[in-house]
Design a protein around this ligand. Structure first.
Ligand SMILES: [Zn+2]
Length: 166
């Protein structure tokens, strides 16, 4: 049984399990399609669970996971990885969205590419990720506090003469 752990998710035979409870080394997982809201109006509520023991970051299944009420989707793990890699690059590089997409997509098998988010959606993921990483825009002068590292010139001279909080 193929069982891979990545990004707080567990991938078992084309199913994606999300972390539920953790007690010491014992992890309890439930299907990503599990719906917690009561009386939720959805037919996609799967109550499948799995338990793993984690030793040095390696998860081993305990017993057999309960059955899902839907078919496995072999491409799901790759699609999730794709989104994670897009976000990582959005955060760690200043590449254009089209460059990021091109680089990340080059590692995805052709057979899975139809399941990926469309380029327009990928651009939105990148935009959202980058916006989250910026400091909040100040709404008044008192909120402006310029970090020490930005107050000096490259030669180390004080460049900022006025700072309200100084
Ligand atoms: Zn399920």
């Amino acid at each position: 049984m193929e069982c891979v752990f990545s990004n707080n998710k567990l991938f078992i035979n084309g199913y994606v399990m999300v972390k539920n409870k953790v007690r010491e080394n014992r992890y309890n997982w439930e299907c990503e399609k599990r719906v917690h809201r009561k009386n939720a109006e959805t037919t996609e509520n799967c109550s499948a669970r799995a338990t793993t023991d984690c030793v040095n970051g390696v998860h081993t299944l305990c017993g057999t996971p309960t059955d899902h009420n839907h078919a496995p989707e072999a491409h799901r793990a790759t699609v999730i990885d794709f989104r994670t890699n897009i976000k990582k690059r959005a955060h760690s590089t200043s590449d254009k969205p089209s460059q990021i997409l091109q680089e990340v997509i080059s590692n995805i098998p052709l057979s899975i590419q139809p399941y990926l988010p469309r380029p327009e959606a990928v651009r939105k993921i990148i935009k959202r990720k980058r916006r989250k990483c910026l400091p909040a825009e100040p709404t008044n002068l008192e909120e402006i506090n310029i970090p020490i590292s930005l107050r000096n010139t490259f030669a180390g001279e004080l460049f900022l003469l006025h700072n309200l909080s100084a």
